[in-house]
Design a protein. Sequence first.
Length: 135
Amino acid sequence: RGVGADGFRISNPSIHQCATLAASLQIFDEVGIEQLRKKSKILTQYLQCLIENEINQAASKFKIDILTPKDPKQRGAQLSLRIIGADARQIFNELERLGVCLDYRGDIIRVAPVPLYNSFMDAYRFVSVLKSLKL
């Protein structure tokens, strides 16, 4: 058995995993990493603005503290949200029940607008669903 990264080498990788990897790499080649990163910055900024304007500055039942750095150069396509004035677990469970894909760690809800398959409308729908929750 090898040491370090060599320990993960195998002589015959799964053909199914190789096929999905090849397909995803082809998509990345077609779109381009630069274009994906550009959309990522804009999409995540859009989601941040929606949260700040539609939740935090509106007469909302709760507020959201965005823990992720505000500067797009210091973050990826993910926002860590701390809910203030409501139960974060309850909000997470309700969003999940409504089909929203997100993550819950401790008292933090993490949402990731992925530029390859999420749209600006998805970000808008997320905030609309969040605003409409009956807590």
